[in-house]
Design a protein around this ligand. Structure first.
Ligand code: ZN
Length: 587
């Protein structure tokens, strides 16, 4: 594994927290809702600091499609109950929607990894469904898959009971970024509100005594709004066209200190330190601050993916997402997201920077991972967390940021959530990883690990389909691609050096093209350059229907098999392309 101990320690020694602390103090005064003056003020602040630091940057002003939840009212049997609507719930514009309550008992997410799961209680399909025509009440966050499932079952409105005292803000549309005409019908059609645990318990008690009526009114502001998007660049000294994209969102719920002012401060400090090292970084680093994450379902990063697709496709080495680092008590690295091929580089970087053993997980279909469908390798999203055992001891429930603290997406996400000492640790991790990626003669990603993850998923689908679809050809292709990769890699590691620009650039180009094939196989269902919905995707999602094949009625199986054969063909063609990439060894 490539390391550059001298430069890495220079980079880590350069970390200071005064710039981050100034940003946190300023952002603590700004409710950075996208499309509002406070968001613009935050963008102006970042721009002003970049200018002062001498870091070259660009400001784009895309029009993003947003839904800002203003307020909601809920009355049950005459009682007013405090509630909040998630972004993209249907706005009744003040009109009343009322109906009988139907309580559907469900469960809360057990950890960050299942936040996007659709609970079986929601996806059940019943012959005469009690949900149809009623106001559904259920436990959990208003996640897009769940909201969609209840709409499919005919719910006229939805009430989600959150796990604690607080109501957490959120977004319930499954549409990733700006909708296309084809995607628009998937926009939520029902009014949705969220209530806290005690109020939810009251609702459940009422529902157990009969069918009380609920009346809901929602006010959301939906439409297109110009939002600043900032992009800094530190040009590499040797291969400046090749770049690592390092990014995070700067819009927030309330003043969002842990989510994501700490991330914005981190990005700014990275810009400062990396700019100071600019002559020593061989490839480029682009640093992006996105708007539209919270109320536009990653609208900013999706806009960038859409409008800079050619550049990203051709030159992006990988991307590194920064969300909610630097939070109080977040000393553990137990649930760090990275793609399989980045596992070794991330684990080693964390170990070398902090002496901590990290454990990883597959990145969720979330968090500004808006690039999976055309395929750069990716790593990190949330990073440090309060240790799992400590969160359990404190009685914390699963959240999607703030180091695991229930302040996430609430008015309590205030300055005490941040901890400069933890921020410093996370910065050390980011810098160590970044130096290794941009300065390794051959990118430090192990694509055998990705091929292995894909093969495991395919074998699992084959087993669950019980012989009703033949996936052996895919497994054989994968073996061939892996053998070719191992040979190619040994050769490239030997030949590609900082002394031989041709060999090195060719090796980089091959690895970028290999990622463009393997990442979409492992992470995408739809076409390249489109955006799959924000609904949980398993590994190799194209073959996922194989899971249901054996349980499908006999007369329906041939239709399903036809679809699966077509997906198998697509994957095999992609693997043949990978094989062709790897067959011409560097010269
Ligand atoms: Zn966030």
């Amino acid at each position: 594994m490539f390391t550059d101990p001298k430069l890495e320690s220079v980079a880590r020694d350069a970390i200071a927290v005064d710039e981050p602390e100034r940003l946190l103090a300023r952002f603590a005064t700004l409710t950075r809702e996208s499309g509002t003056p406070d968001e613009h003020a935050a963008a102006d602040y970042i721009a002003e600091r970049l200018r002062a630091l001498g870091v070259p940057f660009t400001v784009h002003r895309p029009d993003l499609f947003l839904s800002i939840p203003e307020r909601a009212e809920l009355h049950v049997e005459g009682d007013a109950i405090r509630c909040r609507p998630p972004a993209f719930a249907r706005s009744t514009g003040g009109a009343e929607m009322s109906g009988a309550i139907c309580y559907v008992p469900s469960t809360y997410a057990g950890g960050t990894g299942d936040l996007f799961d659709t609970p079986s209680a929601a996806s059940a399909s019943l012959a005469s469904d009690p949900v149809a025509g009623r106001v559904v009440v259920t436990e959990g966050y208003s996640m897009p898959g769940t909201v969609q499932a209840f709409e499919r079952r005919g719910a006229i409105a939805q009430i989600f009971i959150h796990p604690g005292q607080d109501i957490h803000e959120g977004i319930c549309t499954s549409i990733w970024g700006a909708p296309t005409p084809a995607a628009l019908p998937a926009k939520p059609r029902t009014p949705v509100v969220c209530v806290n645990q005690p109020d939810g318990q009251r609702l459940i008690a009422l529902a157990s005594q009969g069918s009380p009526r609920a009346t809901i009114r929602t006010w959301l502001r939906e439409g297109w709004a110009p939002c600043p998007l900032l992009l800094a660049e530190i040009r590499g000294a040797d291969d400046p066209d090749e770049f690592l994209l390092v990014h995070g969102h700067y819009d927030s719920w309330y003043v969002g200190i842990g989510d994501n002012a700490t991330g914005d401060a981190t990005l700014l400090e990275l810009a400062r330190v990396l700019h100071g090292l600019r002559g020593k970084l061989k490839r480029s680093v682009r640093i992006a601050w996105w708007p539209g994450h919270s109320t536009g379902r990653y609208a900013g990063s999706t806009w960038y993916a859409d409008h800079f697709a050619d550049d990203l496709d051709e030159w992006c080495i990988a991307h590194l997402n920064i969300d909610s680092p630097g939070c109080r008590d977040a000393t553990a690295y137990e649930e760090v997201m990275w793609m399989a091929e980045a596992s070794a580089v991330c684990t080693c970087a964390i170990a070398d920077a902090l002496g901590v053993r990290a454990t990883g997980m597959r990145p969720l279909r979330a968090g500004d991972y808006s690039f999976n469908q055309f395929g750069p390798t990716a790593f990190y999203m949330l990073l440090s967390n309060i240790p799992i055992a400590e969160r359990k001891a404190r009685g914390y429930y699963a959240v999607g940021g703030n180091g695991g603290s229930p302040t996430w997406h609430t008015p309590n996400d205030l300055p005490p959530v941040a901890d400069p000492a933890i921020l410093r640790r996370d910065l050390a991790v980011y810098l160590t990883t970044i130096v290794r990626v941009v300065n390794a003669p051959v990118y430090p990603f192990d694509y055998s690990a990705a091929i292995d993850e894909i093969a495991t998923a395919v074998a699992d689908y084959a087993a669950r389909a019980k012989g009703r679809i033949d996936l052996d050809p895919v497994l054989r292709d994968l073996e061939m691609v892996n053998a070719a990769y191992v040979r190619w890699r040994a050769d490239a590691d030997r030949r590609a050096t900082w002394g031989d620009a041709d060999e090195r650039r060719q090796a980089g180009a091959t690895l970028r093209r290999l990622a463009r094939i393997l990442v979409p196989i492992n992470y995408a269902r739809g076409e390249r350059f489109d955006h799959d919905p924000a609904i949980k995707l398993p590994a190799v999602p194209r073959l996922e229907p194989a899971v249901r094949l054996a349980e499908t009625p006999d007369d329906q199986q041939p239709f399903m098999r036809t679809a699966l054969i077509r997906e198998r063909n697509k994957i095999r063609a992609m693997l043949r392309a990978a094989l062709r990439e790897l067959s011409h060894s560097p010269r």
